[in-house]
Design a protein around this ligand. Structure first.
Ligand SMILES: Cc1ncc(COP(=O)(O)O)c(C=O)c1O
Length: 375
């Protein structure tokens, strides 16, 4: 969390405890703070304030959107890309519908011909804007235009992209779009769902009718205010070219690592990536071992998405891109933010090079993983 976000949040935890639905003065103050936060989130994605619904997490936003589509659309399959986050994949797998999983090319982007071919038998579409493991940005405008030809509503999981790249929901003409605050320097446990004005919508949470009846439950004022502040600051950072500075840092990190390590491969198409993400494979280096060494050295990165870490299976995202299982087990995701410095990027690159050298040395001896710490 950004310090400014924490500063905006704390008074709502320690001072004003009012229920924003109350009629007393302090409650109205809380209501006003929620409305302001809604305005900031709306401004970040180019929507109207009334189209933003606060939720408990990004996962809740995704599930709410898909559940509404599932309930309100007629017969037909749910179309998703093969590289969606588990929030999308597990939902559709558990729904009553058949699921069309659209393949991606080796560059990690959805195959538009396969997508078009599936639209004839479909009821709705859910496609992510940027992948959480590889950072690959998907051709959302093309997806939506094809979906429109078939009158299919579209949900976009934009959780990994919002705040990192410019986004205008009006221009994209998307119907539903999910956001999560912790991806833009806000707190964990708060999300938002964009619901296009005029779209039929069926709420998941029924109760007191908060959020215009679209998500009942007393509002988490402190987290909503923090998400609003995070969105406001993310918009300013984007307008001040923070994305370019992050890209520069990421690229110099990548260059150093790829020059310093033999058999290092960058996954995905560099032309269509989030500016902050680097997804690299290190030939004959088990990613679990590398993670241990890098953690020891103070570099926090992940194999697969953070949500998947701890599982030893190669990620479905890499397999969908046609990356062989053996190579997929050697991949790491590094991500940067505008809180990182170029010096940290250089230092992380040097530590990565040393970690790969060390792991290869140890693996070569056949002594096994215990030697990693001492070798
Ligand atoms: C693409 C994507 N979708 C959904 C989620 C889930 O969001 P949350 O952790 O806020 O529930 C994540 C979180 O990492 C994500 O990266």
């Amino acid at each position: 969390m950004l310090p400014e976000v924490m500063d905006a949040m704390l008074p709502w935890l320690s001072g004003n405890h009012s229920n924003p639905s109350g009629t007393y003065r302090a409650a109205k103050f809380a209501r006003k703070a929620i409305d302001e936060a809604r305005g900031h989130v709306a401004a970040l994605i180019g929507s109207d304030e009334g189209e933003i619904v606060f939720t408990g997490t990004g996962t809740e936003s995704v599930n709410t959107a898909l559940r509404s589509l599932d309930e309100l659309t007629g017969e037909g399959s749910a179309i998703v890309s093969a590289i969606e986050h588990s929030a999308v994949l597990r939902f559709v797998e558990n729904s009553r519908r058949s699921v069309s999983r659209i393949p991606v090319s080796t560059n990690g982007r959805i195959d538009l011909n396969a997508f078009r071919a599936s639209c004839g038998n479909a009821a709705y579409v859910s496609v992510m804007l940027a992948n959480n493991e590889t950072g690959m940005i998907q051709p959302l405008a093309e997806v939506i235009s094809i979906a429109r030809e078939h009158s299919l509503p579209v949900h976009c999981d934009a959780i990994q992209a919002v705040g990192k790249i410019f986004l205008d929901v009006r221009r994209e003409a998307v119907d539903l779009l999910s956001i999560s605050a912790h991806k833009l320097h806000g707190p964990k446990g708060i999300g938002a769902l964009y619901v296009r004005s005029g779209l039929d919508f069926s709420p998941m949470m029924h109760g007191g009718g908060q959020e215009g009846g679209r998500r009942s439950g007393t509002e988490n004022v402190a987290s909503i205010v923090a998400m609003g502040e995070a969105a406001r600051l993310a918009k300013i950072a984007l307008e001040n070219d923070a994305g370019d500075r992050i890209r520069h840092m990421r690229d110099s990190f990548e260059r150093l690592v790829m020059e310093g390590v033999s058999g290092c491969v960058r996954n995905g198409d560099p032309a269509f990536r989030l500016p902050n993400t680097s997804h690299l494979s290190f030939e004959s280096c088990d990613s679990a071992g590398l993670l241990i060494l890098l953690d020891e050295a103070g570099v926090a990165c992940s194999a697969g998405s953070a949500c998947m870490s701890g599982k030893q299976k190669p990620s479905h995202v890499q397999l969908a891109m046609g990356i062989p299982e053996e190579r997929a087990k050697t991949s790491l995701r590094f991500s940067f933010s505008h809180l990182n410095t170029p010096e940290e990027a250089t230092c992380a690159a040097e530590k990565t090079i040393r970690a790969v050298e060390k792991l290869r040395r140890v693996q070569g001896t056949g002594i096994g993983p215990v030697a990693i710490y001492h070798g």
